[in-house]
Ligand binder design. Structure first.
Ligand code: DGT
Ligand code: MG
Ligand code: MG
Ligand code: MG
Ligand code: MG
Length: 280
């Protein structure tokens, strides 16, 4: 591009490069989904179609961005995780967040009619999402972040399941149900569900209790070395361009799995060492 006397304005742009060698989590969240879910009459407390649509859009994001190594979704939110060695967009915050938000939103809207064939999407009730990037300095803290979201899913789902059962099956008013649930712990809610409605919370669907985790499954000839990645190693192991391209190719070919499992305990991570190691 030719230089012009206007070009100095470029110097007003500020760097927003995220710290190197840290996990990057981009969390997106539906804007005003309380209202949107009412407008399109989502089933309470969980609408399976709405969750499946969130998951389908997130799978497309994973496919389009092979740099992503795992994602976790619950309700109207999704967390997308980039490995510390990720160099996508030179780790620019704005580029990463806006690309994820717009790619997700595009697929969410594109697929809407597949999941809600009887409820056409019409303005002004169009879904949109906000997004933010947060960096986490080591594996432990990244896992604590993921655990935090899954615990949140469990707490909210137990509350919502109990609340809506009291209202929809028990005929209570919203205010009365809310009042009764004030100050209760998990055991109380389990008991209300079981004693009053014969519902064993454990038998609720895993997708509701645990949320959704997306990761890549590799069907490789031989199992990958299960060496797990340490923080020191991440500093040392600067990958070359060609290494990165090779990894990207492998990731693109891998199948994106939709799972509803515990990601708090070690088992999930030990069984799939490539997620934390970033290899591939
Ligand atoms: P925000 O994020 O500040 O723009 O506001 P909201 O309204 O999106 O609030 P948020 O994100 O804290 O809570 C998510 C809302 O979405 C919550 O009010 C319930 C609704 N929602 C999400 N999934 C479902 C579902 O499966 N069924 C129903 N009925 N509602 C859902
Ligand atoms: Mg919010
Ligand atoms: Mg929201
Ligand atoms: Mg939310
Ligand atoms: Mg451009």
């Amino acid at each position: 591009m030719a230089n012009s006397r206007f070009e100095y304005v470029k110097s007003f742009e500020q760097s927003d490069v995220l710290l190197p060698n840290t996990w990057i989590v981009v969390r997106i969240d539906g804007r005003g989904f309380h209202k949107l879910s009412d407008h399109y009459a989502f089933t309470k407390p969980n609408d399976r179609r709405a969750l499946d649509l969130m998951n389908a859009a997130a799978v497309e994001v994973m496919k389009e961005l092979p740099d992503l190594c795992i994602a976790y979704g619950v309700s109207d939110e999704y967390s997308f995780v980039f490995h510390p060695n990720c160099q996508l967009f030179e780790r620019r915050n704005g580029k990463l967040v806006t690309t994820i938000v717009s790619t997700f939103t595009a697929h969410y809207i594109y697929k809407w009619s597949e999941y809600f064939p009887d409820r056409p999407l019409l303005p002004p009730h169009l879904p949109s999402f906000d997004g933010r990037a947060v960096i986490y300095p080591n594996n432990r803290i990244l896992r604590d972040y993921m655990s935090w979201r899954q615990v949140d899913c469990h707490i909210n789902n137990l509350y919502n399941t109990t609340f809506w059962t009291m209202v929809l099956q028990g005929g209570m008013s919203n205010t009365d149900a809310e009042q009764e649930l004030k100050g209760t712990v998990s055991a109380d809610k389990n008991e209300i569900l079981f004693k009053r409605f014969g519902i064993n919370y454990n038998n609720e669907l895993e997708i509701y209790k645990k949320g959704t985790v997306l990761y890549r499954q590799y069907e490789l000839e031989e199992p990958k070395p299960t060496k797990s990645f340490t923080d020191e190693e991440s500093v040392e192991s600067k990958q070359s361009r060609s290494q990165q391209d090779k990894i990207r190719k492998l990731r693109r070919k891998a199948q994106v799995v939709i799972d509803h499992v515990d990601i708090i305990r070690d088992e999930f991570w030990e069984k799939r060492p490539w997620i934390l190691s970033g290899n591939p």
